[in-house]
Design a protein around this ligand. Structure first.
Ligand SMILES: [Zn+2]
Length: 303
């Protein structure tokens, strides 16, 4: 049995909790001064409830007032289940999602299109249902939401604690690529074949997050990947973005390894340039019948 800390952090403490019940990922972090953020969502396999809410309840955190932001890093089923309920319950939060989802109707069209043409069984229908619930909840409660891309600063405060949260992706080029692909789905003359290869692009649009509080810094890698050596997207774009060279943000001590540890989420310079030596590194697994790409011979599948 895992030991779960049920003591809430002090006001000046950073706390990051990463949940990964086999398939699914959710991160809950305390950004200081009783301000909490949730990154993605998954369900407790036993109760079928969003694990973030259960955890905050265990800590005695008033999530209705203290959760200030919810991130949907990207819209894959292992990152969004229960997100609509989080939005509904955390009434003081703003929703942040990838700028690549700017064209919401286009994304819905893409979901339907992929589902109807996919050669293998995928959980897209569940993802689509969750997405539809999110839209309904946002509309019903007139909740704020914001599209995020690389360089977006969510907060940068110095009083009384030095605290900063900045998004490192998606790059502008990956947003353009995503929107072009989505638009092509509505174009009968398009030569792009629908299928799995389009779905994998979604990971290039995932939001990687850098959080710092005082001397401690955390890098949350989401499912951000590399893309055939394209320097303008993925981790290559983060590295060339200049955030670290300009000392805008420090190297991190804690790392949520991207994309469940797949080789496509690895970049040597992340470890040398963005992280302190020997960072505390955690990943969530992806345990189902489909395998992630761990070597060049392993088929790659969306997640
Ligand atoms: Zn994932």
């Amino acid at each position: 049995m895992p030991v779960i800390n049920t003591t809430a952090p002090a006001s000046d403490e950073i706390e990051v909790s990463i949940f990964g019940p086999g398939v699914g990922e959710c991160i809950v972090f305390h950004a200081g001064l009783d301000e909490w953020y949730i990154v993605d969502s998954c369900l407790n396999p036993d109760t079928k409830q969003p694990i973030a809410l259960e955890y905050l309840q265990q800590l005695g955190v008033d999530y209705k007032t203290q959760v200030k932001g919810i991130f949907i890093t990207h819209f894959h089923s292992d990152h969004v289940m229960g997100i609509a309920k989080l939005i509904e319950e955390c009434v003081s939060s703003e929703l942040f999602f990838s700028h690549a989802l700017a064209e919401l109707p286009a994304f819905m069209l893409a979901c339907m299109h992929l589902e109807s043409t996919s050669a293998i069984s995928t959980p897209l229908s569940k993802t689509f249902a969750e997405f539809a619930k999110c839209i309904a909840t946002l509309k019903a409660h007139n909740r704020p939401f914001s599209r995020v891309n690389a360089g977006r600063t969510i907060f940068n405060k110095t009083n009384p604690l030095v605290r900063k949260l900045i998004c490192l992706s998606p790059s502008n080029v990956s947003v353009e690529m995503a929107n072009a692909k989505l638009a092509s789905l509505n174009d009968p003359a398009s030569k792009l074949m629908p299928g799995i290869s389009q779905c994998t692009t979604e990971n290039l649009n995932a939001i990687a997050i850098h959080l710092s509080l005082g001397d401690v810094s955390v890098l949350l890698g989401s499912d951000l990947e590399e893309h055939h050596g394209n320097a303008e997207v993925g981790w290559s774009a983060v590295i060339s973005g200049g955030y670290y060279e300009s000392n805008e943000i420090p190297k991190s001590h804690v790392f949520k390894v991207p994309h469940h540890g797949s080789i496509t989420g690895h970049h040597d310079q992340v470890w040398s340039d963005l992280l302190e030596s020997k960072p505390v590194s955690v990943l969530t697994t992806y345990s189902c019948q489909h395998r992630l790409k761990t070597d060049p011979l392993t088929p790659e599948l969306p997640n």
